[in-house]
Design a protein around this ligand. Sequence first.
Ligand code: SAM
Length: 252
Amino acid sequence: MPTVDRTDFLAYLTRALEINSISDLATNELFKESLYRLTTHMLEVNEHMNLTTIKEPHDIIIRHYVDSLTVAPHIPEGATVLDIGCGGGFPCLPLALARPDLHITAIDSTEKKIRYVAETATLLGIAPTCLNAVAMRAEEGAAVGGVLREKFNIVISRAVARMSVLGELALPCLKIGGQLIALKGERADEELAEAKGLSVLGAGAPTVLPCPIAYPDEPDRIDRHALVMIEKREKTPKIYPRKYAQILKKPL
Ligand code: SAM
């Protein structure tokens, strides 16, 4: 079973939060202990389940936790949030620990990943009103009459699909005035350039917010992370989302 040095983990986490301007959480001991617990638990379960390929604790801190937390300042107090394709719990688990005021629904098409996220949320003491994990395909929940349709203030998603595909899964789930916040890497602009048809879903003009992520003790190392933000301005026509195969075949 992998071991994680607690003292080193907490010290590195504190520095990572500080240098990435998440300083309010850098002094929150309960939050940091919860991320330590999440790390040991995730690595233990990862021995027999495919949750993460990132296994080194410092890398987990930067590439899973700091990365997930970049969305936190952009979500209004008490918002309803949908995490599409949460996999092993990113960004929903760190976000729920950082923002207990939110009401997050995390979905994934793989049932055993959802079972893991739900069990882990309980283990970490996250209230069911803050994080509810549900096994579901996004395009099914987002369809007219589906449980996700027009229900959320915010939709977040990381590493699930290119913008042209993600837009069609996410925008139908938003209330008018709500916002899609996609966690992307350095290809965000390229993905947006090919996603020319999102306005048919009721989307406003997208904005790209660069969020460079720094590593403690490595001044020259920066991850070029970006948030793509799209406001929903109008109702999504009933024909969207289409069947998944069609979305992939003819992305908007
Ligand atoms: N968001 C997590 C992260 O950043 O670590 C997981 C990313 S993983 C590469 C993509 C996840 O999206 C998988 O767990 C997959 O099951 C899920 N997924 C893909 N298409 C989906 C869909 N249409 N509806 C729901 N989940 C989907």
